[in-house]
Design a protein around this ligand. Structure first.
Ligand code: AMP
Ligand code: ZN
Length: 311
């Protein structure tokens, strides 16, 4: 009997998928792990997927809003992200000193020494979840019956990896409900089912599983068990590496309860603290899952899938 070391075999499978994507020109490599360019074909798949998701969500009559990939550090502060995921966060630093310090920086750079010590963290951070800048705009009372928002944008997570499914910079399309607690729970459950149907209709073999987020440190381990115990977050996973891995999350449906709404002072029409739920699709991950399942040659994909995606 041959014993396969699953760690090594999984790493090899990830590297092979990455190489295949680079060779096919679908992704364009860079000097940093998890930072890629995307080809026109890759973007066409992603845009088709985005149309399918937008059509799926049409009955929600969601209010569409778009935010840049950075947002105010004061709002980041209120999300508590630095407490739970310090290792994934990114603060934008820039140069705020004078001529003398600039000369010192240049001298250090000339000598091949580190120059980033002359930079100072600015008042903006990279957006980690595209719903965070949204919550920051909703302070105050919501309309009766709550509201649903459609948010699409770039997220940053500092998790460099050789796995092409794990990027440092990627897009999320989220459909976010804010309203009363019962509405938030019902929304999560209903739209989780709709998401499963929609992804399956594109040929993706998705499974819904309870999520355990990579909360940092000892306090983080307690948050993981609470998340699992209270069934707060469900992920939709696709087996990308066969039996070597339990599957990669391409989307998630998350009951935030009042975690962010309380921090941002968002209240229902009755004046109670609102609850929120969000349905988030990882746009690159779902595109990559389509390429994994249907093959890297889009021309040979099932006709029905191509027509749904406008390819
Ligand atoms: P989360 O807020 O962690 O549930 O993330 C929402 C979705 O974004 C996930 O379901 C993934 O599809 C996607 N995602 C999260 N982290 C990454 C990453 N490092 N690279 C690519 N996609 C990601
Ligand atoms: Zn969200």
């Amino acid at each position: 009997m041959t014993l396969i070391d699953p760690g090594t075999a999984l790493d090899a499978a990830r590297l092979e998928f990455r190489e295949d994507l680079l060779d096919a020109g679908l992704l364009i490599g860079s000097a940093s792990a998890g930072i890629y360019g995307r080809s026109a074909t890759f973007e066409a798949i992603l845009a088709g997927l985005d149309r399918v998701l937008t059509e799926m969500a049409a009955p929600l009559a969601a209010i569409a809003v778009r935010f840049p990939p950075v947002y105010p550090r004061a709002d980041f502060e209120r999300t508590d992200y630095i407490a739970s995921f310090p290792d994934l966060a990114g603060v934008v630093s820039s140069f705020e000193a004078g001529d003398r310090e600039h000369r010192e920086l240049l001298a250090a750079r000339e000598e091949g020494r580190a120059w980033d010590g002359w930079l100072t963290p600015s008042d903006v951070v990279l957006t980690n979840a595209i719903c965070h800048p949204l919550y920051a705009t909703l302070e105050g009372r919501l309309p009766a019956g709550g509201a649903v928002y459609d948010v699409l944008g770039w997220g940053f997570r500092h998790e460099p990896s050789a796995d092409p499914m794990r990027l440092q910079s990627f897009r999320m399309h989220e459909f976010v409900y804010v309203g009363d607690p019962q509405g938030a729970q019902e929304y999560r459950d209903t739209w989780l089912d709709r998401a499963v149907e929609t992804l399956q209709s594109l040929g993706l073999p998705v499974t819904a599983v309870p999520a355990n987020d990579p909360f940092f440190g000892r306090a983080g381990r307690m948050l993981v068990s609470a998340q699992l115990r209270e069934n707060l977050k469900i992920e939709l996973t696709v087996p990308i590496y066969g039996d070597l891995h339990e599957g990669t999350a391409i989307a998630s449906a998350n009951c935030q309860r009042d975690h962010l709404t309380a921090a941002f002072g968002i209240r229902t029409a009755d004046g109670e603290t609102a609850h929120a739920s969000c349905l988030a699709f990882g746009m690159e991950r779902t595109t990559l899952a389509l390429l994994r399942v249907h093959g890297l040659d889009v021309g040979s994909w099932p006709a029905e899938v191509r027509s749904r995606l406008g390819l």
